[in-house]
Design a binder for this molecule. Structure first.
Ligand code: SF4
Length: 385
């Protein structure tokens, strides 16, 4: 009897949209070190604030959802108006959600980098829940929606170990036709309508929380575009699911803009000066004066809620053309990553293969800065592995 020849193993590497593709774009070398071997398993770069933010927002949404029949939107303007006194969304009570998430993260070995970072995270999540929550929570259809798909890897001169790859992710929040049913002054609904003028019929909107500031338009680090590619790819992955409606838009929520600190204000002022930011204070307003007069160490508490929310919310219209473009960008990222894997296997040299392209903030927080050839951190660097 003739036995069939065993076919070679067919490898389909798995890439997480945020943990792999965006991490690779943030810094190729850091991504390589975090992944620990020449084969890239999906392991997100551990960022405490991002996980703390996502977890606390989800927990508070679940709590609100269970109680929202008794407290329909729009929420009362003051805490006093809550019949029966629950839920009581004072900072201390929101702290109970936050404590649970913080404990869960601690058990996974993840902690804030400093007391200041922890305090700032608690303050930011409190404002996100109390000031963004009334606009966002009533729109949510599903939270933490998993999406997955496969794509071919573009062809090139270097033979790779695979021809296709799996891409997966978790959509923070999915809304659908509920957008039509919310209060007319709902800021998120308004933002979507003004960015997507031809909206018609039932549709969905994908929301992603970012534990960061609003990037400058076409910033040199690429964060402005990475956000676009991420949401467009989510939209494509979502469109493959049987219960999907057309995705009209994606929304990025830059939580740091809800309570801007020194870094956010410096970026805003630079953006205004260089015409690289799209959300400006209204001319002649108090916000404009505060921004103009702001110096390091000044408070930003007097900035209006409307301005802070507008800075925090970024709507990205989804179209077939823009989705195709984003998919191509990520396909190219996978091609490059796979070529790096081949190169490292051939030359056995990590530092000479993977690109050390972290920006200043990424390098400052990077565990590998002491021996990275690109980092300026540390006068005495240690030997490379
Ligand atoms: S120090 Fe900077 S460039 Fe070097 S690996 Fe870390 S993030 Fe990348």
């Amino acid at each position: 009897m003739e036995l069939p020849v065993k076919r070679p193993d067919h490898i389909v590497p798995s890439y997480s949209l945020t943990g792999d593709l965006l991490s690779y774009l943030r810094c190729g070398l850091q991504y390589r070190f975090h992944n620990g071997s020449a084969l890239p398993p999906s392991r997100p770069v551990q960022q405490w604030f991002g996980e703390f933010l996502h977890g606390t927002l989800e927990l508070s949404f679940r709590f609100w959802q269970e109680n929202s029949a008794r407290y329909p939107f729009p929420w009362p303007a003051t805490q006093k108006e809550w019949a029966g006194g629950v839920p009581d969304w004072k900072p201390h009570d929101i702290g109970q959600f936050a404590d649970r998430i913080e404990n869960a993260l601690r058990h996974q070995g993840k902690q804030a980098r400093s007391r200041d970072a922890r305090d700032s995270a608690f303050r930011r999540v409190t404002i996100a829940i109390n000031q963004l929550g009334p606009h966002l929570f009533p729109l949510i259809e599903a939270a933490e929606k998993k999406v997955i798909g496969t794509r071919p890897i573009p062809t090139g001169n270097i033979p790779l170990r695979c021809f296709s790859y799996e891409v997966h992710g978790v959509i923070d929040v999915l809304t659908h036709i509920k957008l039509d049913r919310v209060a007319t002054d709902n800021l998120i609904s308004e933002s979507v309508r003004s960015a997507c003028l031809s909206l018609a019929g039932p549709y969905e909107v994908i929301v992603d929380y970012k534990g960061s500031q609003r990037p400058l338009i076409n910033d040199s680090e690429g964060y402005w575009n990475h956000g676009i590619w991420q949401l467009q790819t989510y939209a494509w992955l979502r469109s493959k699911q049987p219960d999907a409606l057309p995705v009209a838009a994606g929304i990025l929520i830059y939580v740091n803009e809800l309570t801007p600190g020194g870094k956010e204000m410096m970026t805003l002022k630079a953006g205004i000066k260089n015409k690289q930011t799209d959300i400006l204070p209204v001319p002649g307003s108090q916000d404009e004066q505060i921004v103009r007069m702001w110096r390091l160490g000044n408070s930003t508490d007097q900035l209006s809620l409307d301005f802070r929310l507008r800075r925090a919310i970024r709507v990205i219209p989804i179209t077939p053309e823009s989705t195709l473009e984003a998919l191509k960008k990520f396909d190219d990222v996978v091609r490059q990553s796979e070529e790096d894997i081949v190169a490292e296997a051939q030359n056995g040299n990590i530092l000479g293969t993977w690109k050390p392209n972290g920006d200043e903030a990424t390098c400052d927080a990077c565990d590998f800065r002491w021996f990275c050839p690109s980092s300026n951190v540390g006068a005495q660097k240690i030997s490379a592995p």
